[in-house]
Design a protein around this ligand. Structure first.
Ligand SMILES: [Zn+2]
Length: 252
């Protein structure tokens, strides 16, 4: 049951891209009223590649089981990677909303995104955290039904830092109709307007490979957003890097 709802939620969460991102609005359905409301809102900057639309008629709570409670954020010590992961609690100014999310099912694939906002090249850790918080708030603000959290599970910033985002307890919201078992990784920035730095390339290779090994995900199930859905995400330069590195066997 939960999976069914999550699928509907995720379908609706990824309908519309907003001003400031790079996606072709003609490639995805638009809900004019929702778009107008969003344009008039104060959060038009809050893009993030995962986009939104109407969430008409969704029940507020989807589980009645008493065991569905906010779960502890996984410890970084459980992540088998040499790359340290900055905890969600260090940047997020609010807890996930369990009633708006579904439980994560076993990871079977991984999808790479950019945020599609303005180019982002700063090495400041606090700026990266603030950007994640902007994305989280943007995701939470969308539609009459709030999202449960930022849509991605992890993010990598321009300095190559890895950030924990939506706890792995919860299914992500980052690819229309294809979120179950799909680990969402955001590479912060706009890769139609910037290129990956060398340190960032190494971080993407290391971090994504670590996740692939941890969950037994082969390169054939490592995707970019545009390989699964009609979108420009993750931008031309990141897409080119992903295709090249994957074909060269650099992941895994
Ligand atoms: Zn995306």
């Amino acid at each position: 049951m939960a999976a069914d709802l999550e699928e509907r939620v995720s379908s609706q969460e990824h309908i519309e891209h907003v001003p400031g991102d790079v996606f072709d609005p003609g490639s995805v359905p638009i809900f004019p009223a929702t778009r107008r409301a969003f344009l008039l809102g104060s959060m038009a900057f809050l893009a993030g590649c995962a986009s939104t639309g109407s969430t008409n008629g969704l029940p507020r709570m989807i589980w009645s089981e008493p065991d569905v409670q906010p779960s502890p954020v996984p410890s970084t010590s459980t992540i088998p990677s040499n790359l340290e992961v900055i905890s969600r609690s260090s940047w997020a100014r609010g807890m996930p909303i369990p009633g708006n999310m579904n439980r994560m099912t076993p990871v079977q694939r991984i999808t790479i995104h950019h945020d599609g906002m303005n180019a982002f090249t700063t090495t400041s850790q606090s700026s990266a955290g603030a950007r994640l918080e902007r994305i989280r708030r943007g995701h939470l603000s969308r539609g009459p039904q709030r999202w449960g959290d930022i849509g991605y599970h992890y993010a990598i910033d321009p300095s190559g830092r890895a950030w924990e985002c939506r706890p792995l307890t919860w299914q992500g919201a980052h690819v229309k109709n294809q979120n179950p078992g799909n680990l969402g990784i955001l590479v912060m920035g706009n890769y139609d307007e910037q290129s990956l730095t060398q340190v960032q390339k190494r971080a993407v290779l290391q971090f994504v490979s670590g996740r692939m090994r941890a969950y037994g995900v082969p390169a054939s199930r490592l995707h970019t957003h545009q390989e699964l859905a009609p979108t420009a995400c993750p931008g031309r330069s990141l897409q080119a890097f992903m295709v090249s590195a994957r074909s060269n066997g650099q992941f895994g």
